[in-house]
Design a protein around this ligand. Sequence first.
Ligand code: UDX
Length: 431
Amino acid sequence: MNLLVIGAGYVGLTMSVCFAELGHSVICIDKQKSKINALLKGELTIFEKDLDKLLVKNLQSKRLKFDISMKKSVENADVVMIAVGTPFEGKLNGYNQSGIYSVAKEIARFINKYRVIVIKSTVEVGTCDKVEQIIKETNPKADFDVVSIPEFLREGSAVYDFFNPERIIVGTGSPRAKDIIKELHKPLKKKKLVFTSRRSSEIIKCASNAFLATKVHFINEMADFCEKVGGNVCEVAYGMGLDKRIGREFLKPGPGYGGGCFPKDTKALASLGKRVGASFNLIETVICANENRIKGFAQKILSCVKDIKNPKVAFLGLAFKSGTDDCRCSPGVDIVLELINKGVKVCVYDPVAMKNAKTILKSSVFYAKDEYEAAKGADIIVFATEWKQFKFLDWTKLSKIVNNKIIFDMRNIVDKQETLKHGFECCKIGC
Ligand code: UDX
């Protein structure tokens, strides 16, 4: 089939490459010319495991093309997938969906035969109806169906998640659209397709993320409780997770959830709930507590070095989680900003997210070329992202280059016994 994907961000690019890998003929367009030019040369504009080789392979096979023009691409497509960003707009407004609506208007002008328009972006409930209305008003003769197929890709394992979906939620009431969507996903083991109404599909997406964010917040609070009463949150999480109704996933404590999804999806859902008179008190509590946690962690770091004059902090990990270069709403970056605001000297390192972090932290911190340069003369080493390489550092070497031997491990990834052997004091989360 011919697929047009609009938006070459984390979701749109992954979708384009992976649908091409499935054998479809895909054109991905984005208004950022620089991004399209890089992609045409086979240069990935995001860090995503396994995506680079699939990008090059499908460019070479000509199944995948990049462009900036909408007209030609819409006219040749069977399915048009909208994957543009929907950033959070602010307390009462929820998502900024202007990108979705302007793209819908543009698509409408070029629809010359039956089309399926897929909303892949995370949107407010009822958006598919609005997109349908916009297209009808712009081109009353257009023959099309709007379908909701939210993405459930985790950054860092997006390619794996695409080819091994636990479910593909498809919101549509159109038998014609249903057949085309089945054809589009045929190689992905059809049985994973779950058909619902469009609004239920939109709700499944934001409800899933809000629930997962709540689960993360739950274990973070349990970690704080364990610290007070002498429990070990890792043991508690393990024991809880053996109950299939609870499940082992998303029970790792940390500095709080971040990324391009949880923070905005929880706020957008809470905002919509309030607007329709069905407030989500639990989600509102999670949002507020998660934001406070990040501030609280900056305070914890300062209390670890409270007896040291002008402490220097080696801050390892800036991406919102390991496996990605994404620093959107990254707890690590937010904690660094808190420290800088308090006049603390911070030297940062992240294996892949330095470029993105620099757009936020600018010249307010020192950027190290590796963990050891960051630790040089440091009074505390902070671990904020669970990069695997941080688990295997040379503690003998580190013990010789730091100024004080203090560790604050926000992800419980460091081997405490190993650090104690080298005279470090190691603070962890909930244990
Ligand atoms: C999420 C959803 O998992 C995915 O299904 C959806 O499509 C997009 O949003 P992502 O944002 O990539 O994916 O990250 P995820 O792995 O879900 O982690 C979200 C946040 O929770 C991160 O900040 C992560 O560090 C944190 N987290 C996750 C924890 O603190 N503890 C955990 O046990 C799991």
